[in-house]
Design a protein around this ligand. Sequence first.
Ligand SMILES: Nc1ncnc2c1ncn2[C@@H]1O[C@H](COP(=O)(O)OP(=O)(O)OP(=O)(O)O)[C@@H](O)[C@H]1O
Ligand SMILES: [Mg+2]
Length: 402
Amino acid sequence: MVKLRSNEVFKPGTFPKYTYVYRKSSDFGFTYELRLKQALNTPGYLTSIIGPSKTGKTVLCEKVIGIDNAVSLTGSDLKHGLDFWEIIAKKVGLSIKGEYSEMIKVRGNDYTPEDRSVINREEYISSKDKIIQYFKENNLVLVLDDFHYAPEELQLDIAYQLKDAIRREFKAVVIALPHRADDAIRKNPDLSGRLNLINIEPWKESELKEIAVIGFEKLGVQINNGFASKMAMESLTSPQLMQSICLNLSLIINIDEDENIKELKDQEKLEESYRFTTINLPYKEVVKKLEAGPYTRGQKRKRYELANTNGEKVDIYSLLLKAIAQDPPIISISLEEIKQRVDQLTLISQERIDRKKIRDALQKIHDIMLSSESIYQVFEWKDNQIYILDPLFLFYLRWRAN
Ligand SMILES: Nc1ncnc2c1ncn2[C@@H]1O[C@H](COP(=O)(O)OP(=O)(O)OP(=O)(O)O)[C@@H](O)[C@H]1O
Ligand SMILES: [Mg+2]
C-alpha cells in the first residue's frame, strides 16, 4: 500500500476524503448525512441547510450527493439580468437559445398527412422544462450554495422559480448562513409546507478530536487522547481549523519523510504548529484596529502595567484583547470572566479596573466592528457577554506572533 501524505489526509480547504467525520445532530438524533438523504428522497420538497460559516455545509452536500450528481451554483453566480434557468443550463452544458428553443416532433417520422397540422402547431419546450427533465433523467441535484451572496432582490424570485420546479420533482438544496440570510426561503409563505430544514450545529470537542484521531491513524502515527483534546479545544468549533492544525503539525514534525515518528507527544511542537497556523490567517489589521480603540483626538489614555512582564504597559483596549485571548479558549465569555482575567493580567498594586470601564470599552470595540467591513465582525458584545463569532479570530489572537 502506498503511504498517504499528510496533505492528502488533512484538507482544511476542500473535501476531506480520509478525515471525513460523521456527526449526529442533537436536534433529531440522526447523522446529518442520513437526514440529507431523507430530505432528498422526499419529492416535492426543497431542502434548506443553514449553519455557521465553515461548519461543513458544502462538504456535507458533496458527501451525500456526490460530485457527479451535484450541480453547484453559488449565490454570487446569480446576477441581475441573467435568467436563472439559463445559468443552470450553461452549468450542465445544455444548449438552450432564448426562452423557447426546441420544437418537439409530436409523433416522430411516421406521421400521416392529418398529423401535419399537429406538427405545425409547433409545440415548444421551455428551457426550464428541459432542465427539469434533464435533472430528473440524470438524477441531478441543484446545490445553491452561499445563497446569502445572491442579490437580495433576486432571492425571492429564485425562491418562486424553485417552488414551481420542486413541485415537478426537481431536486434542490439551498445553503446559507444563519440570520435572515435565507428568509426568502424559510419565511416564504409560498414554500411553507414544502421545506426540509436542516440546521448545522457548531462542532463539539469530541467531534473535532475525531479528525485528528482518524487522520493520524491513516498516517500511521499514534495520537493520545490528551493531545487530541488539546487540539480540539484550540480549534474551538472549527473543523477547518482542526484540519489546518493537523496539517501544520505534520509539516513541522516532518511526518511524511521521517519514518521514525510513531507517536505524537511533543507539546512544544504542537504549540509551534499553532503559531505556524496563524500565518495564513487574515486578522493582522483587525487586531490592530480593535487594539487601537476609538479615535481620541490626541488625548492620552490611561495605561495599565501588566503583571509578569518587565513593566510593560497597555491601554484598556489592548488589555481587553489580551483578556479575550487568555486560557481557556471559549466561545462565549461573561463580563465576570473578563473582569477576572483583566485582574489577573494587571499588576495588583495599581487601581483595579471596574466593570463599568470594561463594559464601556467593550461597547466601543463593538461599535468599531459594526462600522467596519465584515471581516472585522469577530465578536459580539451583548447582554454583558462576549460571543466569539469567528473562531479563527480567537485562535489568531491566542497564537499570533507578537
Ligand atoms: N464532516 C467533516 N469532517 C471533517 N472535516 C470537515 C467536515 N466538514 C467540514 N470539514 C472541514 O471544514 C472545512 C470547511 O467545510 P465547508 O467548506 O463545507 O464549510 P461551509 O459550512 O460550507 O463553509 P462556508 O460557510 O464558508 O461556505 C472543510 O474543507 C474541511 O476541512
Ligand atoms: Mg460552503
